[in-house]
Design a protein around this ligand. Structure first.
Ligand code: C5P
Length: 301
């Protein structure tokens, strides 16, 4: 594939893969197979990867570009990559067992990899949405959600990319009230944190399911609620990766920051602000002070 052939401005299909952010995350129990049961309020940020697709006769291929593209090695852009697995799973729904998926996929990897904001899951979900459209599969929402679940615990919520309460290990999704207008900063210190290790290092306590209200008066109302909740994995992630603690302190120290917390199993942390503009200003200051960090500021989707 030549570089010119990868000019995504000429590609027929594009789909955003927004970052998921766990505003609170409670470990509420443990399944017999060792997986932890969660209760989490999930929102989606304006930051995200972007997936492009150009139909064509050649066997389906995936090319990864963008700031974090080089982090994915050859192995992870091969058949095991979640985007290609999503494509092949969707192909199974098309009914034809003889036709192989074809065309060119380009993934602009703008989000840090394995960082608690669902990058790989968002990419797989974007592939399901995009290829369902491009291949005119017209899969039902239930079929797409079932496929998503086979690809990973966070893929179903990323498929919907709306504010959701997520329970179980990610399979129980309930629509939740959209947040009032606010801003968000996302910061990643550049160190990958091992999810299994963070779960292992967590203190053994279980937290109750949060008393999530049906609606919000304003962002102050959201923050007052969130401050009563937490991320059950934050302390363990700070122990495994001390820079997470520095990131949290630096976000929390920004003018206008209403609260700072880690997302998922880390290492990415978020800060909430009254407006997207306030978040962008804080992001600019953080970026100036820490050129090695990945920093984003803006609004929610
Ligand atoms: O979902 P992911 O594949 O990133 O999970 C990696 C590991 O993290 C799992 O194998 C498991 O050890 C742990 N985990 C867990 N409970 C969850 C999600 C992940 O114990 N809900």
């Amino acid at each position: 594939m030549t570089v010119a052939a990868l000019d995504v401005s000429t590609f027929a299909f594009t789909e955003a893969a927004p970052a998921k952010v766990n505003l609170y995350l409670h470990v509420t129990g443990r399944r017999a197979d060792g997986y932890h049961l969660l209760d989490s309020l999930v929102v989606f940020a304006g930051a995200g990867d972007v997936l492009h697709y150009q139909p064509g006769p050649e066997p389906l291929s995936l090319h990864v570009t963008g700031r974090f593209g080089r982090v994915l090695d050859a192995a992870s852009t091969g058949a095991d990559n979640l985007v290609l697995r999503a494509a092949h799973a969707l192909q199974g729904l098309r009914g034809s067992q003889t036709r192989l998926p074809s065309g060119t996929l380009v993934l602009e990897k703008k989000l840090p990899v394995a960082s608690g904001i669902g990058g790989g899951s968002a990419d797989a979900a974007a592939a399901l949405r995009l290829l369902d459209r491009a291949w005119n599969v017209q899969a039902s929402r239930a079929d797409l959600l079932a496929l998503a679940q086979t690809l990973g615990a966070d893929v179903p919520v990323c498929l919907l990319s709306q504010t959701m309460r997520m329970e179980g290990i990610g399979e129980n999704l309930t629509p939740a009230a959209h947040l009032p207008e606010c801003g968000m900063v996302l910061v990643n210190c550049g160190q990958a944190v091992s999810t299994p290790e963070v779960f292992r290092r967590r203190d053994g306590a279980f937290l109750p399911r949060a008393p999530l209200p049906d609606n919000w008066a304003d962002i102050a109302d959201v923050v007052a609620f969130l401050k009563q909740q937490g991320n059950s994995l934050e302390e363990a992630a700070c122990a495994v990766c001390p820079p997470v603690g520095h990131v949290l302190a630096d976000i929390g120290g920004q003018d206008g920051c209403l609260m700072a917390r880690m997302s998922g199993s880390g290492a990415t942390c978020f800060g909430l602000f009254a407006t997207p503009q306030a978040a962008r200003q804080a992001a600019d200051r953080l970026e100036d002070a820490h050129s090695a960090w990945w920093v984003w500021g803006g609004g929610l989707v």
